[in-house]
Design a protein around this ligand. Sequence first.
Ligand code: DAK
Length: 256
Amino acid sequence: MNYGNLTLHIHGGIATITLDRPKVLNALSWDLVTELEKAAAQLREDKQVRALVISGNGGNFAAGADIGPMAERMPEEAKRYTFNSAFTAIEELPIPSIAAVSGYALGGGLELALACDFRVCSEDAKLGMPEIRLGIFPGAGGTQRLPKLIGPTRAKMMIYLGDTVNAATALEWGLCDIVVPGDPVPEAMALAGKLAERAPIALRRAKETVNRGFYGDLRSGIAAEEDAWASLFSTEDQKEGMRAFLEKRKPLFRGQ
Ligand code: DAK
């Protein structure tokens, strides 16, 4: 489906979103971000979809928010102009998500990648939060998600200086999970394929539980883990998974 500024394809249980403004390095316009939120809502309703890969057309992931329309914005407008509901909708999808990053992932582009569960990068990837050079700072979750992922000191280094890091450094810091020589999309699709074979309800509950613990305190995270874990024993997938192990065969998870 062509939304205008991005395309959404669903095939074999795997959804792919391709950001599609290559002339401006997929800079995130308000329209594009609105479409992203609509695509997330569509995926949330689609029970056949088991994993999502987000990438950019033309050799870059996204060089940040579209600076043109932002330049003369007043404070009240800036407050309305939030990417957070779209990025949170991606983060809270009940399926695993992978950002396939080639070229630039900057500012809002990197913040979108941070809202995904995993980041697969090409060797040429350049990741950064250059907002400080524009007189602002990351305002779409970057000041929160980045320090949690790579630690406060490295995040501050990126946010205060606005320099980019290459894929090798991103891998070392845990900002990126896999680095590949060329196009990262096939590797991301292979990972999505593996994830799509896993028990979907258990995976969804695991994702909710990890995210809750990640953003909340340890004790309530552990309590949520206990509840979510026990609830899986009411699913057929749990019975199938354990029976298959005992019967020495591959499980067939139906998401029930
Ligand atoms: N916005 C608009 N156009 C962009 C763009 C961007 N972010 N990035 C690149 N382009 C455009 C360029 O203007 C150029 O257009 P033409 O001149 O051809 O018309 C075209 O894409 C190709 O770019 P370059 O010619 O510059 O290509 P180079 O290879 O020389 O340089 C570059 C690539 C990525 C180093 C450079 O383009 C660059 O520095 N781009 C800007 C990167 C940047 O500063 N990104 C952060 C944007 S600020 C908020 C939430 C979130 C945000 C803000 C508010 N709220 C909740 C309020 C997010 C903010 C950001 O992301």
